[in-house]
Design a protein. Sequence first.
Length: 129
Amino acid sequence: MVGQPGGRQRLSDLAGEAGGGGRDVLKHSDGVWLRAAGGAEGMCTHLGPVTSELETAHEGLLAGTGGLTALAELGSVRESWVRRFEVARGECGALAGKLRAVARAQGETNETVRASFAPVASPGRGEAR
């Protein structure tokens, strides 16, 4: 059923099988879009604690290293990774919203198509006239 996660829609459902001979021509499932959105949200959640874990791992690393230039540069490398993780989290969050919007839009399109077939649907096989 359209509007429910994993709902499938077939052209024969939309047209009340009018002229379709029962053949499924159009198939839509919002399940794949919603699973992809869930995956993007999962990635965003997974990246959440990485910044603090990275900071914890670097605590005290520079203490007592004196003039070791390579270790001094480690701070700027860490900052670069922190920025990258934050950008990735933002992109994953935005992507999840866009994927859910696709599922909604396709469901709305299905309903519009269903309504457009209503005037020509056979009585008793599709929507009532």
